[in-house]
Design a protein around this ligand. Structure first.
Ligand SMILES: CC(C)(COP(=O)(O)OP(=O)(O)OC[C@H]1O[C@@H](n2cnc3c(N)ncnc32)[C@H](O)[C@@H]1OP(=O)(O)O)[C@@H](O)C(=O)NCCC(=O)NCCS
Length: 162
C-alpha cells in the first residue's frame, strides 16, 4: 500500500472554486441516472450559492477533492437534520473518506448542541455500499416504505440522535 493510500481524509466547508471538482466526483459514479446527477448538482449549487440551507462539506486526500457531503436543517423541525447526499469519487472509495465526512458532520452537530439525523436511501443494489456505510456508522434503520421509488424499490430511512 502506498503512503497516499493510507493518508486520512480532511474535511472542510466547500468553496465556489470546488464546483468543477464536485461535479467530477458526482460524474465518476457511472451508476447515477441523469436525474440523480441533476438533483446532486442542484444541491451543490444551492450550497455553494449560500442561498439555501444546504451545508456542503468536502473531503480532500493529498490536497485533491475526493468526496463531499450535503446536509442541512430539516424544515419545520427544532433540531433535526437531513443528510441529503454523500458521494466519494469512485477511485477513492474504501479508504474511509465517507466515514470521515459523516463523523465531521456529527462533530458540527454536537458543537451546536446535538440533534437528530435522518438519512433516506434506496433498497436497490446500487445503494448497497451506502446502506452498509450508515449501518457501520451506527445509524439504525427506522423505517421502510415499500415501492416508494418504484416497484420493488423501497425508501429506507435511517435515523439517529447525535
Ligand atoms: C457510499 C459511499 C459514499 C461510501 O464511500 P467510501 O468512502 O468508500 O466509504 P468508507 O470507506 O468510509 O466506508 C465506511 C464503511 O462503510 C461500509 N462500506 C462502504 N462501502 C462499502 C462497500 N462497497 N461494500 C461494503 N461495505 C461498504 C463499510 O462498513 C466501511 O467500513 P470498513 O471499510 O471498515 O468495513 C460511496 O460508495 C459512494 O459514493 N457511493 C455512490 C454514492 C451513494 O450511493 N451515495 C449515497 C446516496 S444515499
Amino acid at each position: 500500500m502506498t503512503a497516499a493510500a493510507t493518508g486520512a481524509a480532511t474535511v472542510r466547508p466547500a468553496a465556489v472554486t470546488d464546483r468543477g471538482a464536485l461535479e467530477a466526483v458526482i460524474r465518476s459514479d457511472a451508476t447515477f441516472r441523469d436525474d440523480e446527477v441533476a438533483v446532486a448538482l442542484e444541491l451543490v449549487d444551492g450550497g455553494l450559492a449560500g442561498s439555501s440551507d444546504y451545508l456542503l462539506r468536502v473531503a480532500e486526500l493529498d490536497g485533491a477533492v475526493v468526496g463531499y457531503l450535503c446536509y442541512g436543517p430539516t424544515p419545520m423541525t427544532a433540531r433535526t437534520f437531513d443528510l441529503y447526499w454523500i458521494v466519494v469519487a469512485a477511485a477513492a472509495r474504501g479508504r474511509g473518506v465517507a466515514g470521515t465526512l459523516v463523523r465531521a458532520m456529527e462533530a458540527e452537530l454536537r458543537d451546536g448542541g446535538g440533534g437528530n439525523v435522518r438519512i433516506e436511501t434506496s433498497e436497490t443494489d446500487g445503494y448497497g455500499a451506502a446502506r452498509r456505510l450508515y449501518e457501520k456508522l451506527g445509524y439504525p434503520l427506522a423505517g421502510t416504505f415499500p415501492d416508494f421509488y418504484g416497484p420493488g424499490d423501497a425508501l429506507l430511512v435511517y435515523y439517529r440522535t447525535i
